[in-house]
Design a protein around this ligand. Structure first.
Ligand code: SF4
Length: 348
């Protein structure tokens, strides 16, 4: 039985599909032409392409080929801020473009489409979230990177899934109580691991929430030698079955370093491009999702990430529209909690 929130999320995704926002299929000749065109436009426009692990492998390959980067949201923004290009072209979802803008306010930040968003960002509107925080003034506000610039500006800390445990542990050691937003599964995982006193916002990722423990158990029976890699935005029943729980970068590292030859991977299937590069010769299998339901067919791929394609990427370079705008005031306020994370000692 779906909750009201899950149903609303599904309707939201269906609306996007219904409006045909997804790029159409291209022939290999069209792909090659567009790739050449984009490579030359990137040079002409002094632009650098940064792509997220969950985007189409064609875009990830293009980012690498053009001297850009493929990474998680924070690394994308960090790479962009250190790159000499005056324009950053961000293939991903909107909060990633905003994070890039916050760390590089002097640069123009473009995206293939500004309509690519995220269920975590959508499920945490700043007015509601701010009113919630106001009720608990003695709590430290920790938000996940998958939030709008306005929500980041309301927070004391911004964290990614790779650093969330360490930051919350650090705060709990100081006796701090925490408001966590927006992902309830990741929040619950962090709470269990750290024992911190945490109030959780009720948000979820529509992709990771679809992974199912029952299907995973059945798949594990077929491939008992496979290690299970799980992103902590997944439900706790799936996380409990994991050999490794971690961020996108941590899961890629695990596939490369664990001795197993086979992995069942519970995160967006876009990650397979970089994971296979890091672990050549190893077998990667998608973790099972909910399958075909009454309202939509669930799959391990984000519908908003899928809105990034070669054509709209070329178009935005030609037209220069789809630019991320964040006010100076918001940039200044959102930068503080982001910087706190960037300055947090990595090896603590
Ligand atoms: S995969 Fe989930 S968390 Fe990532 S952008 Fe899509 S909806 Fe948001």
């Amino acid at each position: 039985m779906l909750t009201k929130r899950e149903l609303a999320d599904r309707i939201l995704v269906q609306e996007h599909f219904a409006q045909e926002h997804l790029p159409g299929a291209l022939t290999s000749q069209q792909e090659a032409q567009l790739t050449d065109e984009i490579l030359s436009l990137l040079k002409q426009k002094d632009a650098c392409l940064v792509a997220h692990y969950y985007t189409d492998p064609i875009l990830q390959a293009l980012a690498e080929k053009s001297g850009g980067c493929v990474a998680d949201s924070l690394e994308m923004a960090r790479f962009g801020s250190q790159h000499p290009a005056s324009t950053l072209l961000v293939a991903g979802v909107r909060f990633m473009g905003e994070t890039a803008k916050i760390l590089s306010p002097e640069k123009r930040v473009l995206m293939p489409t500004l309509e690519a968003t995220c269920s975590l960002d959508l499920g945490c509107p700043v007015d509601e979230f701010s009113a919630f925080c106001d009720q608990y003034p003695d709590h430290e506000v920790v938000v996940y990177a998958n939030t709008s610039a306005a929500v980041k500006a309301r927070a004391d800390w911004v964290v990614t899934s790779s650093i969330a445990l360490r930051v919350v542990e650090h705060l709990a050691d100081q006796g701090k109580k925490i408001i966590w937003a927006p992902d309830k599964h990741l929040g619950d995982y962090v709470r269990q691991k750290t024992g911190a006193e945490m109030l959780l916002w009720d948000g979820a990722c529509i992709v990771h929430e679809e992974f199912k423990a029952k299907g995973l158990q059945e798949l594990k029976k077929v491939y008992p030698e496979a290690a299970i890699l799980v992103h902590p935005e997944s439900p706790d029943t799936v996380v409990e079955m994991a050999d490794v729980v971690g961020s996108t970068s941590q899961l890629i590292r695990a596939a490369a370093t664990l001795p197993n030859r086979m992995f069942i991977v519970a995160t967006d299937r876009g990650i397979f491009y970089k994971m296979q590069q890091a672990a050549p010769g190893k077998v990667l299998i998608e973790a099972p999702t909910g399958g075909t339901g009454a309202t939509c067919r669930s799959c391990a791929h984000c519908p908003w990430m899928a809105m990034n394609g070669l054509e709209n990427l070329r178009d935005v370079l030609l037209r220069g529209d789809q630019e991320i705008q964040v006010s100076t005031n918001l940039i200044e306020r959102a930068r503080l909690p982001l910087q706190r994370m960037l300055d947090f000692p990595v090896s603590s």
